[in-house]
Design a protein around this ligand. Sequence first.
Ligand SMILES: [Zn+2]
Length: 344
Amino acid sequence: MGMGKCLTEGICPICLNKTNSIKDTNGFGGLWVECPKCGVYVIEESVFRPGVLGLRLRSCLYYYLTQQSEDLKEKKLIPDFQNEDVEDENSIFKYGQRLLKTISTKSILQLYPKDIHERIGMIMLNLSNEVQYIGNTFAVRKPVGDPEKYNLFFLDEGFGAETIKEQFNGILDFLEKQELIKYYNNGSNGNMNYKITPKGWELIDEYQKSHQNLAQGFIAMWFDESMAPAKKAIMSAVEKSGYIAQPIDMKEHNNQIVPEIFFEIKRSEFIVADLTGNRGGVYYEAGYAEGLGKPVILCCRADQFDALHFDVKQKSAIKWANGEDLEERLKKRIESTIGKRQPI
Ligand SMILES: [Zn+2]
């Protein structure tokens, strides 16, 4: 799908529904989208390249925007989805009255469900968003398929575009056989109406409780130029372990910790805090995460290790020599303490 088509037809490139407003960001090379389903976000032109914005990515973007994000819709902080790696850039910058938060598609793809349990849970959460209340129905065009619903089901073009409808129908049949949804009646326009069953609601409730956090690792560190290799190493270790890497580089904001940072820490699975440079903000963010009961993994460059505050020295911080060393050891640490999320 081209950027032009989205613009002229006012279609959200992620959920394919009609937007409230969609415009060129003029200078940021992307689209500013206000979608009734997805909320407000920016998507870079490069993400529209053929082969980039596939179903797998659309599903992950949709989930990122719609789940656990009642707050996100209200926030000034707008996700800015980019195709390339964002290691060398500021991850937050000003856009009018708002803050844009850069996030790479590579990172977002980590949200793709890692096993069948996750996949069913995530699909059911998506379906619960389709209904207003218990007993309300949701409509799908089965077996013809409706592309604007595909992103709800984490379908995968990897198996060939011709299999998409088969996957779509297969998932619906599976959910029905598991008694998580139930066929209700035929609606208009060839729609079939389904209801979520009591068993389905139970699963949704359970999944919500056990997955309150995003599969995300928050990165607190000194965002100095000299730290570029370390930033790259940390992001890579977090992503390779199966999590979204969320650095928030606040270079321009006078070391102030904005509420949006606390919001991102709150919904992260864990936090990586690199203490090199002894920045007050990093200690603060690490302390906040620890207070919330989140696992905090501390790191520090070897030459500065002795300068660390005494109370954090007690914790087994990763004392690293260079980027390569840091990436390897941090990845091992994440996988042994938080757990590796395996792709399916
Ligand atoms: Zn949308």
